[in-house]
Design a binder for this molecule. Structure first.
Ligand SMILES: Cc1cc2nc3c(=O)[nH]c(=O)nc-3n(C[C@H](O)[C@H](O)[C@H](O)COP(=O)(O)OP(=O)(O)OC[C@H]3O[C@@H](n4cnc5c(N)ncnc54)[C@H](O)[C@@H]3O)c2cc1C
Length: 362
């Protein structure tokens, strides 16, 4: 079987690794001229590490990431520790996205990646699927895996009318920076603040710091990205205990601050056809308040590869994949919404850990 994976992000690259591991030929077609990663830090939860361990790259990944814990504080700096959850519900690894994607791309192998290849459409038949690219070229395969992110061209053809939608009022700012003189960051600080703002910072493995700010219900941001982030950082500190966060933001060049209007993929009626399957954000771009879209997405990759070798024929494997994924993500959406709708920081923390506990133990 020959597979085309459209998209060389974390989930597309992981899909290719899982397919290779299952003995299936797979080539990644990425639109960008190089494998790069939009974003700064990435929290990798234990469910994703279990996938990477099964694919044989867990140890390499651990060597470029930092073990850390997600404990929330209220805006006065007080820890919120919802009862009934173990330390394991809070543990994750903090990776830097470019290093992570570089490791995944190296594992896929340069010969199995075609750069500068933007998929613009596909045609499927009983005999196979032909994928068309923006430069006029085409490639044939038995299966097309759409791992082309929230704005997926594969999804727009597979499920017409499924364009990514604006998560109204939800904005995010983030960067990675070396701590400025006089600022020491030796622990992670994540705050559930006022005005439905969340954020803080996490030390990375190389001594730099990942800072992030998110806000629900935000009015349209004005000013430079730095001014926008600083305005919201004030909601995370009501008593002056958290001076490091504004100092980190101040010391970040504006060009290095990544700002996003959050986009979501609406629930889909289907994830597959007879020759096409969606994985990762292409199928389920989630709100990042659960910081788990990628951790969940790599599970899609492993499941799909396993079903392709264990289920009866290609259509049977794809149908089994969809049967598993649709209810699974309906549950993710339900738990995620509960976190989003929380009225207080305490309720948010409780619902958040309930989500991560479900993700890690189901
Ligand atoms: C602010 C924020 C913070 C987050 N934090 C976390 C976190 O801590 N932990 C976590 O698990 N998740 C987190 N997420 C979610 C995570 O970023 C995504 O779930 C993950 O990056 C999705 O990976 P992907 O490979 O599916 O898609 P993407 O990373 O979007 O990759 C898609 C790839 O496809 C390529 N592509 C697009 N269109 C085409 C085309 N037509 N042809 C060819 N190639 C194409 C793109 O160039 C890109 O390389 C966060 C998200 C946000 C917005």
């Amino acid at each position: 079987m020959r597979v085309i994976v459209a998209g060389g992000g974390i989930v597309g690259l992981t899909s290719a690794i899982a397919l290779h591991k299952a003995g299936i030929e797979a080539v990644v077609y990425e639109q960008a001229p190089e494998i790069r990663a939009a974003g700064a830090g990435l929290g990798i939860w234990a469910n994703a590490m279990a996938v990477f361990d099964k694919l044989g790259i867990g140890e390499q990944l651990r060597s470029i990431a930092k073990p850390t814990e997600m404990y929330f504080r209220d805006p006065s700096g007080k820890f919120i520790d919802p009862p009934g959850f173990s330390k394991d519900d809070h543990r994750y690894l903090l990776a830097q996205r470019p290093e992570l994607n570089a490791l995944l791309a190296k594992t896929v192998g340069r010969d199995n990646i075609r750069l500068g290849s933007r998929l613009v459409g596909y045609a499927e038949s009983d005999a196979g699927v032909t994928v068309r690219f923006a430069d006029g070229s085409a490639a044939d395969a038995d299966l097309l895996v759409g791992a082309d992110g929230a704005y997926s061209a594969v999804r727009s053809q597979l499920v017409p009318g499924s364009d990514a939608i604006v998560h109204e009022g939800h904005h995010a700012w983030r960067s990675i920076v070396a701590p400025p003189e006089g600022v020491t960051v030796d622990e992670s600080v994540i705050v559930l603040g006022e005005q439905r703002t969340r954020g803080g910072f996490v030390p990375t493995v190389d001594g730099t710091v990942y800072w992030l700010i998110n806000q629900f219900g935000s009015s349209g941001p004005t000013g430079t990205p730095k001014e926008q982030a600083l305005e919201r950082a004030a909601f995370l500190d009501t008593t002056g205990w958290n001076r490091a966060l504004p100092a980190l933001i101040e010391s970040t060049p504006d060009d290095n601050i990544l700002y996003n209007q959050i986009m979501l993929v609406p629930p889909l009626s289907r994830w597959v056809s007879n020759r096409v399957a969606l994985v990762g954000d292409a199928a389920h771009a989630l709100s990042p308040h659960i910081t788990a879209g990628a951790s969940l997405g790599v599970e899609d990759a492993l499941l799909l590869a396993r079903l392709l070798v264990s289920a009866e024929g290609l259509p049977g494997a794809l149908a089994a994949y969809q049967r598993d994924r649709l209810p699974h993500y309906a549950k993710v959406d339900e738990l995620s919404k509960r976190v989003e709708d929380s009225a207080t920081p305490e309720e948010f923390a409780t619902n958040y850990v309930a989500f991560s506990h479900w993700m890690l133990t189901r």
